[in-house]
Design a protein around this ligand. Sequence first.
Ligand code: FNR
Length: 375
Amino acid sequence: ANDLLLKNIDSNDKYPLNYEELEQTAKENLDAGSFGYIRSSAGGEETYRKNTNSFQKYSIVPRFLTDVSTLNTEVTILGHTYPHPLFIAPVGVNKIAHADGEIAVAKAASKFGYPYIQSTVSSYSIEEIASATEGSSKWFQLYWSQNKEIAFSMVKRAETAGYEAIVLTVDTVMLGWREEDVRNQFSPLKRGLGQGNYSTDPVFMAALPDQTEGSIIKSMIENIYHPTLNWTDIEELRERTDLPILLKGILHPEDAKIAIEKGLDGIIVSNHGGRQLDGVIASIDALPEIVEVVKGKIPVLFDSGVRRGSDAVKALALGATAVCIGRPFVWGLANGGQDGVERVLENFLQETKVSISLSGARNLAEVRKLKIVRN
Ligand code: FNR
């Protein structure tokens, strides 16, 4: 970590380091619609602000004199061992940030050992990303589909491509109320940017009335939103794949309990970065109670509002098994393609490692035992 600090200091290269600088630089690089889509959230953005502000309510109480000269950040989740507990959150339509889109992100993730969670609505397909990042860890985020066979087809494709898990997002049965996008008249799906997995899907394509771009986009939009989604669908998904299934977007401890009863393999505590229902609990505030009911039976991943290494340490200390990074990497992509993402991910990883060591922990079991106080 000290080497990286020195490299950054000596580089003569003034690139954005913290979240505010990353966002500001991206604003200069992107059109207003794309920038607004990535930055903004639902409603009055109360939850969006709470997500980051709430981290300040939790303080790490460090231990010293523990010999922190060696650090092991390895974590085993659902039978796979990963080098550290930082993941890439599923973010769709990356081509709005940079022409190389998800390929650039997945390659950068692979370089720094972040498992990559690919969005259903990514601008590149499962197969394209798989062949660009062979041998690296990937999970597939699923949006349910009005026509279930499309969802099952995508799951099958992820299985065939060697993805390690399915992440079903449960908080997006319809789109949140996003005023910035209304103001900018911006819809990435209407621009066809999420076609990657759809226009390459045999079941989706076979169900189209005709194969024009207009009909692909119309059918994508009709299929993605599915207000009927319920626990019976989850049971059916369970029967259709041998891959582990995690539910993303869990905020209520009762839903976490049901997920365990229904045989789900994990959950991701998340409020979608405040982009779905405004006014919901900050993700970090939802975490402790969920961890308490889960009692270690299944992994509990976490996202929403993570901006620095110390945020990641707080989430891990409050019981998260791993932490997903969202908007910060998207700004990195907007600011410099793969290289921009690499900078964000390398710095984030090092800041996390420094934060673990300076809190006195030498591995994740010790991070879990750190004392956290609520101020
Ligand atoms: C998202 N997120 C998201 N989640 C998901 O399950 N499928 C998706 O396709 C997307 N797409 C998406 C696009 C953009 C532009 C953003 C910013 C977010 C939500 C994402 O996985 C994660 O929950 C949030 O990004 C976490 O909030 P922060 O930390 O980025 O503020």
